[in-house]
Design a protein around this ligand. Structure first.
Ligand code: SAH
Ligand code: SF4
Length: 354
């Protein structure tokens, strides 16, 4: 019989499997809690489930965990993990806002949703080699579970409080898996992360933005905008040729009408685009949107030729937007000393192997 990935199962699915295996219903709840709440990584840690029942469960359920290949710690507390999947593929995952001495209790994990990415944006290290494969539900949830597991070895009370789907891959092109992962991570008997504390980032897959508004109006949306004119955005984000800015802005309107949630528009600044005219074009494009602009310095990826502007230029750009009535923030960079931008660690690792 086909085995099912344990970490990808909802509680109801485990109840059904336990029933089929002739096990008591409460075993399913115990199992769910060990996996999704206590974040154990082996069957042997499930202390209140007897050997024989564990053996029976093993026959149907596959307990795949991620292998930690590398962990890097930044001076600001950011931790970056390189994980190997069961088939040898590698993904990256970042924990932000983590400092043991800090009194702030926000701990955000940046989750990957695919190995590689088919979109191929000009500035992004993930898309360089195209899409290798989608991640399964268990592999998406597994990143948050394994990070929780590792940090709890030093800090037993550690809880992830926020999630951003901004790691490797385009979440809306692995839609069903991402939505089920969100349901698991939100589960009251699991990590119990609030829907409103999760944000999906997309390069602009228009039909899926509208579907998301209907399927899960609670979860947050970030749109990677980066340019306000089609001719520029076409070259940066090839998805723009399929869904140009007019369609994207219309989808954003529909999204906010349905969800009443403010959209975050991500804009990475380079020495090329951090100019007054670009800020004006952005302000025109976003007029009337219920949104907020997040400005970040581009993370220079080898071979792209893009460079980050100096902080003064960035501040001026933010001021232009603000003067035009657009809500804006300048995001400080996290983990700059450990290459914490998506795809960079994997490429560095592969480079070392060549
Ligand atoms: N595919 C989704 C989510 C993953 S990328 C998306 O594109 O939104 C997460 C974010 O990182 C996006 O906003 C993306 O535009 C940005 N990004 C990718 N490479 C970057 C780089 N080199 N510098 C700055 N931001 C980058
Ligand atoms: Fe894919 Fe997002 Fe990278 Fe573009 S920025 S290649 S959509 S992961």
């Amino acid at each position: 019989m086909e085995s099912i990935e344990l970490r990808g199962c909802l509680e109801d699915e485990l109840i059904q499997i336990c029933q089929e295996l002739g096990l008591k219903r409460f075993r399913a709840t115990q199992l769910f809690q060990w996996v999704q709440q206590k974040a154990v990584r082996t069957w042997a840690e499930m202390k209140n489930i007897g050997d024989r029942d564990r053996q029976t469960m093993c026959s149907r359920l596959r307990f795949d965990v991620l292998e930690k290949v590398r962990e890097q710690r930044s001076q600001d507390g950011t931790r970056k993990y390189l994980f190997r999947l069961f088939d040898g593929e590698m993904i990256e995952c970042v924990l932000m806002d983590y400092a043991r001495t800090s009194s702030r209790d926000r701990h955000t994990v940046c989750v990957s949703t695919q190995v590689g990415c088919a979109v191929g944006c000009a500035f992004c290290a993930t898309g360089v080699d195209g899409l290798r494969r989608n991640l399964s539900v268990g592999e998406i949830v597994g990143q948050v579970l394994d990070i929780t597991h590792y940090v709890r070895q030093e800090d037993p009370d550690f809880q992830v409080t926020n999630l951003v789907f901004m790691g490797m891959g385009e979440p809306l092109l692995n839609y069903d898996q991402v939505l089920q992962a969100i349901q698991l991570l939100n589960h009251g008997q699991g990590l119990n992360i609030g829907m409103r504390r999760m944000t999906i980032s997309t390069c602009g897959v228009v039909p899926k933005i509208i579907q998301l508004a209907k399927d899960n109006p609670q979860v947050g949306l970030a749109v990677s905008l980066h340019a306000a004119k089609d001719e520029v955005r076409n070259d940066l984000i090839p998805m723009n040729r399929r869904y140009p800015l007019m369609q994207l802005m219309e989808a954003c309107h529909v999204y906010t009408q349905i969800t009443h949630r403010r959209i975050t528009f991500e804009v990475a600044l380079t020495t090329e685009n951090a100019k007054k005219e670009e800020a004006e074009a952005l302000a025109r494009l976003l007029k009337g949107q219920f949104g907020h602009v997040n400005l970040i310095p581009i993370n220079p990826v080898a071979g792209t030729g893009m460079e980050r502007p100096n902080p003064e230029l960035m501040r001026r750009f933010a001021q232009e937007l603000e003067d035009a009535g657009i809500s804006v923030s300048l995001r400080e960079e996290r983990g700059g000393d450990i290459d914490a931008a998506c795809g960079q660690l994997r490429r560095q690792w592969e480079g070392e192997l060549l």
